[in-house]
Design a protein around this ligand. Structure first.
Ligand code: ADP
Length: 302
């Protein structure tokens, strides 16, 4: 199975012709509450690609937490280690989308911010038996560190998506097998602006020198650059009509991880990730837009 240690958020999405300035009220054009959070998105993406998934995280004891847990269960994700905490609220992202496509997001982490090493330790046996551990940085670094240490000791491969980018201890880099990050995160960690396949290859090589065996830099519509022991390779993205790129990276990671856990080669896993994320960007929403494996049946991926 795949163990995901990470965040769960309820996305409150409002569309407006323009955002208000201080003291102003403007009409919202529409509103939706959609399950999100990078951790939950990646867990759902793995599950929809056919993997057995266990999620470790924290929500509040409130309706949003119930909806998020029920959503995971509906996708077959084992959410027993997604506990409710009475002292705070479920993570919430308030997302304002202007008609011109510009987004403004305020993220209140709530229970995500209280995930600690002791919470992770409850899942130690599950980590020990996992085929892969997946993490992001929307939960506190000590919890991330504890999970990575445990997986490393048990020889379980670690996939880290360092999003949002934050400083990481040197020893943590050395325990990461697969690092997957987008251009803005790669720019934050490397010494150059990542804008295209060439700069992504350079940044990937810099990050690989810190420890990860394989570094994958995603470039939106420009595809993915893989840097591993064989050098750097560029995989162009599939050409699609993108309407909403939310969860594109999460979908890519879920499909990549599911394929790797099936024993597929890295190149085949990247191809499945790109097929899944290309379909994701043609649909609106976060978890709502993550495809199921059978919907990729017409693509040339085994
Ligand atoms: P993030 O959502 O983390 O910013 P990216 O935007 O880099 O991640 O997208 C991840 C992957 O999703 C890309 O590598 C690509 O395969 C796919 N993707 C994203 N945007 C598009 C697009 N406009 N057209 C086709 N594929 C896309």
């Amino acid at each position: 199975s795949i163990v995901v240690v990470g965040s769960l958020n309820m996305d409150l999405v409002m569309r407006m012709s323009r955002a208000p300035i201080g003291g102003e009220t403007v009409p919202g054009l529409d509103f939706a509450m959609l399950p999100g959070g990078k951790g939950a998105n990646q867990a759902v993406a793995c599950a929809r690609m056919g993997a057995n998934v266990i999620m470790v995280g924290r929500v509040g004891i409130d309706p949003n937490g119930d909806v998020l847990k029920a959503g995971l269960a509906a996708d077959g994700v084992d959410a027993r280690e997604v506990k409710g905490l009475a002292s705070t609220h479920t993570g919430v992202a308030s997302i304002w989308v202007e008609d011109d496509g510009q987004n403004r997001i305020v993220l209140a982490p709530g229970a995500n911010g209280l995930l600690d090493p002791a919470s992770v330790a409850r899942a130690n046996t599950m980590i020990d038996m996992a085929g892969m551990l997946i993490l992001q940085l929307e939960v506190p670094i000590p919890a991330v560190q504890a999970a990575i240490d445990r997986a490393f000791a048990a020889h379980v491969p670690v996939l880290l998506n360092p999003a949002p980018a934050a400083p990481l201890p040197d020893e943590m880099w050395k325990k990461i097998d697969i690092l997957v990050l987008n251009e803005s995160e790669a720019t934050a960690y490397a010494s150059l602006d990542v804008v295209d396949p060439n700069s992504a290859a350079e940044a990937g090589a810099q990050l690989r020198a810190r420890g990860p065996d394989r570094v994958l830099v995603t470039l939106g519509a420009q595809g993915v650059v893989v840097v591993d022991g064989g050098g750097a390779r560029h995989f162009p993205a599939k050409k699609v009509k993108a309407v909403d790129t939310t969860a594109a990276g999460d979908t890519f990671i879920g499909a990549l991880a599911a394929a790797l856990c099936e024993g597929q080669s890295l190149d085949d896993a990247v191809a499945l990730g790109q097929a899944a994320s290309a379909l994701c960007v043609t649909r609106r929403g976060a978890q709502t837009s993550i495809p199921y494996r059978r919907q990729l049946a017409t693509t040339a991926v085994s």
